[in-house]
Design a binder for this molecule. Structure first.
Ligand code: SAH
Length: 217
């Protein structure tokens, strides 16, 4: 059961104002965050942390990204209703719901089997167009490519070639790329034509690492 209360809605409004004050401007992003009950994505014992602007552990050694980071990446992608989005790193499923709430069709890949199973089941309660896949995000999802937008929600050691190839012309990839130990540069890459890409950098962030191969742990 999806349980949302007046109190939670109030806390969410405050979170949205915090994100606005930190520079998030895309109203569609802010209204998606205002709509999604983030407290349901955390274990119930951590409810009081759900609407603070911080990352949080979700089990299997993984985290739900900080709301500001979710908003920042989503804003860079300039999501429009009807677009197809590939997400690498499903995690809690929160980011996927933000895209879903904005009217996108989402394909999300997770490499941790336990987390994949849990989140797949959890997401089935929502009426969003989200499909989750158990696999290695470095490879993308060639069967469903090309995508309008691609997001990577873990720190990548490099920009995977397969992801670039799965972008539509004019499409965008937003990916945090390692620039040192435990620190990434937010990178936005637009595909200009078949072989040309334009890259822009957007400051430093911290993510859990993008790992190779599937995991059963
Ligand atoms: N988008 C998530 C945040 C996820 S944290 C959310 O909204 O909650 C990053 C996620 O990437 C973790 O769940 C981790 O297991 C996953 N991950 C790491 N390497 C991966 C890979 N190669 N392919 C797919 N998922 C990966």
């Amino acid at each position: 059961m999806l349980h949302d209360t007046f109190k939670h809605r109030g806390m969410r409004k405050k979170l949205v104002e915090t994100l606005r004050s930190k520079g998030i401007k895309d109203e569609a992003v802010l209204s998606a965050i205002n709509a999604i009950p983030r407290h349901l994505f955390l274990d119930s014992s951590f409810l009081e942390f759900a609407y603070q602007d911080q990352a949080f552990p979700i089990g299997s050694g993984q985290t739900i990204s900080q709301p500001y980071t979710v908003a920042f990446q989503t804003e860079l992608l300039e999501i429009k209703a009807g677009e197809t989005v590939l997400e690498v790193g499903t995690g809690s499923g929160y980011q996927a719901c933000v895209f879903g709430e904005m009217g996108a069709k989402v394909f999300s890949v997770e490499r941790q089997k336990k987390l994949f199973d849990k989140t797949k089941k959890f997401l089935s309660q929502f009426n969003y167009r989200i499909k989750v896949f158990y696999g290695d995000g470095y490879k993308g999802l060639p069967a469903f490519a090309p995508f309008d937008k691609i997001i990577v929600t873990a720190g990548a050691p490099f920009v995977p070639e397969d992801l670039l190839k799965q972008l539509k012309i004019g499409g965008r990839l937003v990916i945090p790329v390692n620039m040192g130990k435990d620190i990434q540069e937010m990178t936005c890459i637009q595909r200009i034509d078949e072989n040309d890409y334009e890259k822009r950098l957007h400051g430093q962030f911290r993510f859990v690492p993008l790992l190779t191969d599937k995991a059963n742990d």
